[in-house]
Write a protein that binds this ligand. Structure first.
Ligand code: LLP
Length: 420
C-alpha cells in the first residue's frame, strides 16, 4: 500500500476515512482522492525546483474535475491547458488566466481568440502554420499573443509509445533544425511577443536522463538565440515525471532527483536569469487517487480464473489502452491465500480488464476492491461507452470527505439527443 491509502484494523482507509463507508454512501464504481496527498506532491515538486524562479503549470488533462482543480488553485499552481474547455474549467475552479500556458498541435482560431480575450500567459506554438494563424488572430483583435515555441528535441523518453512525444516521428513541436528560423520569424510579427521555448517529451518517465538530454538541446538553442538578440524570459521543460504504479519493476525518480537533474542541465544558462516553467500532471495527482469497485461474480474454466467487477474500461481505460499496471487490493483483510485471476469489467470487449493473470488475495463476490494510482488519467479519460454513467468522485481530507462530482444520471446521458 502506498501514500494516503493504508489499512487500519484490516480496513482500507483514505486518510482518516474508511473507503467502505464512502462506497456505501456513493455506490460503486467511485473515484476517491486524497487532498493531503495532492498537497504533499505539489509541495515536494515545488521544493525540488526552489533553486530558481519557477512556475508549476498543472497539466489539467491529468484530472480536470473542478474539485481537484480547486485544490491546485489554492496551492498556487498555474495551468497547462490543451483546449479552451480546460481553460473554462480552470477559470470555473477559481484559477487565473495569467498563469495559463496553452499547448497542443491543433488550436482552432476560435480557441485562440477565447484564450487571448481571457489573457492567458503563453501560447505554446507547435508549428509554423499555427504561428501565422495566431499572429493573424491577435492582430485582428489588436492584441499581442505571448508565445513560446515548442521544440521537438528528438530524444527517446523510454516510455509507452502512445505517450512519448519528443521523437521526430511524433506530431509534437517543431524540429530543432526548424526552430531558430521560426523564432526569428516570430520576433518580427506584430501580433506576437516571443517569451519562451518549451518542450514536453513524454509521460510516465522513469529516468532523469531523457529530461537532461532534452534540456541540453534547449540550452543550446537558447544560447544561440541569445547571441542573435532574441532574449527569452522562460524555459518550459514540460511535464512527464512518472509515479510508482507498484509493479515492482523499479521506482521513478523522486521530485528532488528530477529537480537536481533539471538544475544541472540548466546550469550553463543560469546567468541568463530565465524563469523555469513546468507542466506536471501525473506526479501531482496520480498517487492521490483510487477507483473503488465491487466484485460481482467469479468464474473459471480449465485455463483461466476471472473476477468480474462493476468498474470497467470506460471508468479507467489505461489498462485497455496502454496495457498499464494498476495495483489492486481488497478493502478488507488483505492477508489471505492468493489466486491468479483476471480482473475484468462488464463491458463487451476483451480489452476491458484491470489485471491479467495477477496473484491477488482470493476475492469474494460482493466485496469491495481498491484499484490504486488512478488519480491521473482515470476520471479525466472516462467515457459513457456501453451507456454507463460516469462514476462519482470524492475528495477526502482528514476525517471528512466531499462528493466533488455525483454519478451521472441516464437523463444527463441523453440530454443532448432527440429522435429524428
Ligand atoms: N504537457 C504536455 C504538453 C502534455 O501533453 C502532457 C501530457 C503533460 C504536460 C503532462 O504530462 P504528465 O506530467 O502527466 O506526464 N493518458 C496517458 C498520459 C498522456 C499524457 C499526455 N500529455 C496515460 O494515462 O498514461
Amino acid at each position: 500500500m502506498s501514500g494516503p491509502f493504508e489499512y487500519n484494523n484490516g480496513e482500507l482507509h483514505c486518510e482518516g476515512v474508511s473507503l467502505t463507508a464512502i462506497a456505501e454512501a456513493v455506490g460503486t464504481p467511485a473515484y476517491v482522492y486524497s487532498r493531503t496527498e495532492i498537497e504533499r506532491a505539489y509541495r515536494a515538486f515545488d521544493e525540488a525546483l526552489a533553486f530558481m524562479p519557477h512556475e508549476i503549470c498543472y497539466a489539467v488533462k491529468a484530472n480536470s474535475t473542478l474539485g481537484v482543480l480547486g485544490v491546485l488553485v489554492e496551492l498556487g499552481a498555474g495551468a497547462d491547458i490543451v483546449s479552451v474547455g480546460e481553460l473554462y474549467r480552470w477559470l470555473r475552479a477559481g484559477g487565473t488566466a495569467e498563469h495559463v500556458v496553452f499547448s497542443g498541435v491543433g488550436k482552432s482560431e476560435s480557441e485562440m481568440k477565447t484564450a487571448l480575450e481571457a489573457g492567458i500567459g503563453c501560447f505554446n506554438v507547435e508549428s509554423a502554420e499555427e504561428l501565422v494563424a495566431l499572429d493573424a488572430v491577435a492582430q485582428k483583435m489588436g492584441k499581442r499573443a505571448r508565445i513560446s515555441i515548442r521544440v521537438n528535441p528528438d530524444v527517446d523518453p523510454e516510455t509507452h509509445p502512445y505517450i512519448s512525444t519528443g521523437l521526430k516521428t511524433n506530431k509534437f513541436g517543431v524540429s530543432m533544425a526548424e526552430a531558430p528560423e521560426l523564432f526569428r520569424d516570430a520576433a518580427k510579427r506584430a501580433g506576437l511577443e516571443v517569451i519562451g521555448v518549451d518542450c514536453h517529451i513524454g509521460s510516465q518517465l522513469t529516468k532523469t536522463s531523457p529530461f537532461a538530454d532534452a534540456i541540453a538541446r534547449l540550452v543550446q538553442l537558447i544560447t544561440d538565440l541569445d547571441k542573435d538578440g532574441i532574449k527569452l524570459r522562460h524555459v518550459d521543460v514540460g511535464g512527464g515525471l512518472g509515479i510508482d504504479y507498484g509493479k515492482g519493476d523499479g521506482v521513478p525518480p523522486t521530485p528532488a532527483e528530477y529537480g537536481a537533474a533539471v538544475q544541472k542541465a540548466l546550469a550553463p544558462i543560469a546567468k541568463l536569469g530565465l524563469k523555469l516553467m513546468t507542466e506536471p500532471g501525473r506526479v501531482l495527482v496520480g498517487s492521490a487517487g483510487a477507483l473503488i469497485s465491487r466484485v460481482m461474480f467469479r468464474k473459471h474454466n480449465e485455463l483461466k480464473h476471472f473476477t468480474i467487477v462493476d468498474a470497467a474500461m470506460n471508468d479507467l481505460m489505461r489498462p485497455a489502452l496502454y496495457g498499464s499496471f494498476h495495483p489492486i487490493q481488497p478493502l478488507k483483510n488483505p492477508n489471505r491465500p492468493l489466486v491468479k485471476t483476471d480482473v475484468v469489467g462488464p463491458i463487451c470487449e476483451t480489452g476491458d480488464f484491470f489485471a491479467r493473470d495477477r496473484e491477488l488475495p482470493a476475492l469474494e463476490a460482493g466485496e469491495l476492491i481498491w484499484i490504486g494510482a488512478a488519480g491521473a488519467y482515470g476520471a479525466a479519460m472516462a467515457s459513457n461507452y456501453n451507456t454507463r454513467p460516469r462514476a462519482p468522485e470524492v475528495l477526502v481530507e482528514g476525517n471528512t470527505y466531499t462528493v466533488i462530482r455525483t454519478r451521472e444520471t441516464y437523463e444527463q446521458l441523453v440530454a443532448n439527443e432527440k429522435l429524428a
